[in-house]
Design a binder for this molecule. Structure first.
Ligand code: PHE
Length: 455
């Protein structure tokens, strides 16, 4: 039986605030750091197309499902799933969505804090002119020296996690809402400025554009498909309950489909615009687009170092990345904090500190993967960081996503479903078809492709 706990009475102050918070969750390192380097490594245009297809056919229906289930349950994702399963006469097995999500959230937050810490460190380095006129070799050396120094890396990771926890501790209105209210508009402003800078100063804007939209089949493989799909989940914050947790605070009476579409468009635009900032800079300076995770930390500083105004715009760039990371990390923490708070009857501040401290601790493993634990790997070569990244993004999020799509479309009590989608009746049929069949089948097909590619 379900222990009935009272639904949350905390709400976003408006639909716009929900959109900003959910877009804040979606827009993050995934868009600015991960998307461009993955596109670079996996053949540009083909990768982008597969990613866009995944986002439209799989990502959007699941985003809708998470919002509507969150709003229907009005609890943390674990309790929401318990409640919705019993109200739908479905097995309590479906709680697994909440549990797996909390685990995935932890895993992601643990390495997210590390990479966000790197970006914060780079704000200072760029501002003080460390990269002005720097050569490629020197930029790699700066980055490698930085990530090999556990004290600096852990120091910045700690600063980032403290910021995340202190925002979450203040609660939904004072903490989360106040943060996204200012940071999101600023983030868009910075991004538009940077696209303008890249377009006006590099002279290679069209080359960047064509790289992103014309395919290079040689670099594309079966594995690229799973990477594109994992990225579609990661960038949308899907499959782990972050959006479900935020949906619990969404006011009733507004269209779920319209809201989800707005979030999706914002998220995708930011990813594409980040590519349009980065690739023209890369090509203008004759650098390698397939530089991997170092693309943002080695290649970009070289590029900014060569360009007029690079010191200022480079600093702005890393400020942008830091803001984007903060508005995502608070959403990674939210499901677990809401659950721990309810379960252990802790204040928000205590719950946030407890959960944040554990995520920080696990994150030390990822921080160490670039230095003291560099050689501690699985037989396939994955270090601790790779294990966290691969398992969460390429396995847990897609599996969570399939379960969310299946539960919401096949099993969820029809009265609840109709109530949540009453502003969206025109799309109900289409959504049902995508969530029941297309999205689950799509994810399973991608898994099949991956397994075949491994064999
Ligand atoms: N969407 C975030 C990004 O693109 C990462 C994230 C994943 C946030 C899952 C919350 C949940 O950086």
């Amino acid at each position: 039986m379900v222990t009935q706990s009272s639904p949350t009475n905390v709400m976003w102050s408006s639909r716009l605030m929900f959109i900003l918070a959910a877009a804040g969750s979606a827009v993050g390192l995934g868009n600015i750091w991960r998307f461009p380097y993955l596109a670079g490594e996996n053949g540009g245009g083909v990768f982008v197309l597969v990613y866009l297809a995944c986002i439209a056919l799989i990502g959007l229906p699941i985003l809708i499902a998470e919002i509507l289930m969150g709003r229907a349950g009005r609890q943390n994702p674990i309790t929401t799933m318990k409640l919705l399963a019993s109200e739908s006469n479905a097995s309590q097995f479906w709680q697994v969505i909440g549990w797996m999500g909390a685990i995935a959230g932890f895993m992601i937050l643990s390495f997210y804090g590390v990479i966000a810490g790197w970006a914060m460190a780079y704000v200072g380095d760029t501002a003080t002119g460390d990269f002005v006129g720097i050569s490629g070799a020197a930029a790699s050396q700066v980055f490698n020296q930085f990530i090999s120094d556990p004290v600096r890396v852990i120091g910045w990771q700690t600063v980032f996690m403290l910021i995340t926890v202190s925002i979450t501790a203040r609660g939904v209105s004072q903490g989360l809402e106040n943060t996204v209210r200012y940071l999101m508009p600023l983030l868009f402003l910075l991004l538009v400025t940077l696209v303008g800078y890249s377009a006006l100063t590099t002279g290679h804007f069209l080359e960047g554009l064509s790289f992103m939209f014309s395919p290079d089949w040689e670099r594309f493989s079966g594995e690229s498909v799973i990477t594109a799909m994992g990225q579609a989940f990661f960038t949308r914050s899907l499959g782990m309950g972050a959006i479900m947790a935020y949906g619990a605070y969404m006011p009733s009476g507004s269209s779920v489909v319209g809201t989800a579409t707005t979030i999706a468009v914002l998220d995708t635009s930011v990813a594409l615009m980040s590519g349009l900032v980065i690739f023209p800079l890369v090509f203008a300076n004759g650098l390698e687009s397939a530089a991997g995770p170092g693309l943002m930390f080695i290649t970009l500083p070289i590029a900014f170092g060569q360009m007029a105004g690079g010191q200022i715009f480079g600093t702005l760039f890393f400020v942008l990345v830091t803001f984007a990371a903060v508005t995502s990390s608070i959403s990674l923490l939210e499901p677990a904090v809401a659950w721990v708070g309810e379960r252990l009857k802790l204040s928000r501040a205590k719950a946030a500190s407890l959960v944040g401290a554990i995520a920080w601790l696990v994150g030390l493993g990822s921080a160490a993967s670039f230095n003291v634990w560099k050689d501690v790997t699985l037989p396939n070569g994955w270090n601790f960081f790779d294990v966290m990244d691969q398992i969460s993004n390429n396995v847990l999020l897609p599996v969570g996503g399939i379960l969310i799509a299946l539960f919401s479309s096949w099993l969820l009590n029809k009265t609840i479903l109709q109530e949540q989608l009453k502003e969206d009746t025109a799309y109900l049929g289409l959504w049902l078809w995508l969530a029941r069949i297309v999205a689950p089948l799509g994810v399973m097909m991608v898994f099949a492709v991956t397994v075949l590619a491994w064999l």
